[in-house]
Design a protein around this ligand. Structure first.
Ligand code: FES
Length: 578
């Protein structure tokens, strides 16, 4: 269709009515003459720029590049802000606000005279929040992520965001790093614009967007400071105008096959465990019945290829120079549905056909993987009836099958206060357990799951033990951390029954997590369990506690999941208003 009358924005700007006149006058007040906008697709540039989100602080420049492309292709770019989610600044956790941002994105798109959308994201939660909102809005959409930071350098050592930051801080706690050295690390670990430059949540979610087909090919790994990031943004601006004329909407891209492609790609890159929660939520918005168990099935069949921290040894800049995500997807193409449609109008198979790897140590070939299985494994058992996740590629191999006595903390504050107490009875065989850190207990599902190793163990040279919680963990973290235990303790999940001294068995190859206590005893403890008081009594926090789903369901709000056609029939349609 190239009929301007059929543009969605024509319902706002077309026709002789008074409302259309004042809306055209409003555009003219921004300096746009009629020749500049009449009959042209309006492209909303949904920008999560914020100086409170350091990873997204360059997105105004990215937006300028997008606008060049939109103008060149005959569209009208209109940039708009939404709330932004800065991982390092927001308390208690950005995850508390992911759904709020998704609602903001959806409502800004649907309430306005927009024909197509370019999403600009970067930091961890901004990418899934925008994808959730855009999937619900279902107007032609292309995403441009902000790209990773350049690699950090400390002297001759290459260091990567959270991963090496945590390692070096652990060295400091063990007394092996001085104050001066730590200050040097602080100055050089984040040396450019962009998001964390390991395969943390931001890099993973950028890769998920690309593997779902909602970005242009090759978009995920270009460093934020690289001129090619801005060239790609201009291309996206050009492309979205055609997507409007082609009516290429997310519902044609975000199919069941696309999600399976994304999950397999996640496994091949050793992606963040947070991708599990976010992909489940995006799928819910797209009306795709993706389950936690699908992740384990696909993980078992997909080798791990991308040698990037925290599971590997390189950084995102190296990944880009090696060929980036198209090379990974070309390697696993026999496992993917290559016919899936993407934002450029071509299929996944067509997009990756010419991808070439320039460093097979950074991106391993399919016949020489780093691990035969994918990065994330899903565990079940009496401790996690609805599932738990572990990043097996970032865990210690000797702990993947382990039995040990629990050392339990009811609250994170209590754990932080006592973990370095030399009187704490804990050794290398112990299993450290944290309760009340899940979606409602945290509140907001904070990234506390990479529980600190007690200083006395660090001094003994022990840098990993089995850790279990209903929390999430930063994608930049590493260790034998069992996460997302579902249902969480605060809603009476079996984790609430664990006591110090109980024996817990972890068996990752068998995908089991068991509390070795008699069933009757567990039931008795749960019957006597009293959840902590609700942390929020009013406002958005109260809404969150009432509506959020559990980890294995994606933690979206129940009322935001896609309606069936029958449920949606006869729904209010604001677009029809004058
Ligand atoms: Fe934004 Fe790591 S702090 S991606």
């Amino acid at each position: 269709m190239r009929d301007p009358q059929k543009l969605r924005s024509a319902r706002w700007f077309g026709g002789p009515e008074y409302e259309a006149l004042v809306r055209r006058a409003a555009l003219r007040s921004e300096g746009l003459g009629p020749a500049g906008f009449e009959g042209k697709p309006v492209i909303g540039i949904c920008n999560s720029w914020s100086e409170l989100t350091h990873c997204n602080v360059h997105l105004r420049r990215v937006a300028e590049a997008v606008k060049r492309g939109v103008w060149a292709a005959g569209g009208v770019p209109l940039e708009f802000p939404t709330i932004s989610l800065g991982e390092l600044f927001m308390k208690p956790t950005t995850m508390l606000f992911r759904n709020l941002m998704a609602m903001d994105v959806e409502e800004c798109i649907t309430a306005n005279p927009i024909d197509g959308v370019v999403l600009l994201s970067g930091c961890d939660k901004t990418t899934p929040a925008q994808l959730m909102g855009a999937a619900s809005a279902d107007l032609p959409t292309v995403m441009v992520t902000g790209g990773p930071q350049l690699s950090g350098h400390w002297g001759r050592k290459e260091i990567g965001s959270g991963t090496d930051g945590r390692l070096l801080f652990q060295e400091y706690r063990a007394g092996r790093l001085t104050d001066e050295q730590l200050a040097e690390v602080e100055g050089c670990i984040a040396r450019s614009n962009g998001h964390c430059m390991v395969m943390g949540t931001a890099s993973t979610m950028a890769s998920m967007a690309e593997s779902l087909g909602i970005t242009l090919p090759g978009a995920a790994a270009i460093p934020a400071a690289d001129a090619r990031r801005f060239q790609l943004a201009e291309d996206a601006g050009r492309r979205i105008v055609d997507m409007v004329w082609e009516d290429l909407r997310p519902s044609k891209i975000l199919t069941r096959a696309a999600f399976e492609n994304a999950v397999r790609t996640d496994m091949a890159i050793g992606g963040s465990t947070n991708a599990v929660v976010h992909l489940l939520a995006i799928a819910g918005r797209a009306g795709v019945d993706l389950r936690l168990s699908d992740f384990d099935r696909l993980s078992r069949e997909t080798p791990f290829l991308a040698n990037i921290k925290p599971s590997g040894r390189y950084l995102m800049e190296d990944f880009y120079y090696a060929g980036g995500l198209p090379v990974v997807m070309k390697e696993i193409l026999p496992l993917l549905d290559g016919s899936s449609l993407t934002a450029n109008g071509r299929t996944i198979a067509e997009n990756v056909a010419d991808a070439a790897c320039s460093n097979t140590d950074v991106i391993r070939p399919l016949d020489r993987p780093l691990n035969d299985e994918g990065g994330t494994a899903i565990l079940y058992g009496n401790l996690a009836p609805d599932g738990a996740v572990i990043k097996q590629t970032a865990a210690s191999p000797h702990l993947l099958q382990h039995r040990g006595k629990a050392v339990v903390f009811d609250r994170y504050e209590e754990l932080r206060a006592r973990i370095d107490d030399d009187g704490l009875e804990i050794d290398e065989n112990s299993v450290l357990v944290l309760k009340h850190a899940g979606p409602t207990g945290g509140p907001g599902f904070p990234e506390w799951g990479h529980l600190p190793i007690p200083a006395k163990l660090l001094r003994q040279g022990i840098d990993d033990i089995v850790r279990i919680s209903d929390a999430r963990m930063s994608g930049t973290s590493f260790g034998t951390d069992v996460l997302h235990v579902s249902p969480e303790a605060a809603v009476g999940g079996p984790l609430a029954a664990v006591r110090t001294g109980d024996v817990i068995e972890l068996d990752v190859p068998a995908r089991r997590i068991q509390l070795l206590v008699e069933d009757n005893e567990i039931l008795g403890r749960l019957a006597a369990y009293e959840p902590p008081p609700a942390p929020y009594r009013r406002g958005y926090g109260r809404l969150f506690l009432r509506e959020v789903t559990q980890a294995h369901e994606g933690c979206d709000f129940r009322f935001l999941e896609r309606l069936t056609e029958g449920e949606a029939a006869g729904a209010f349609d604001a677009e029809r208003l004058p």
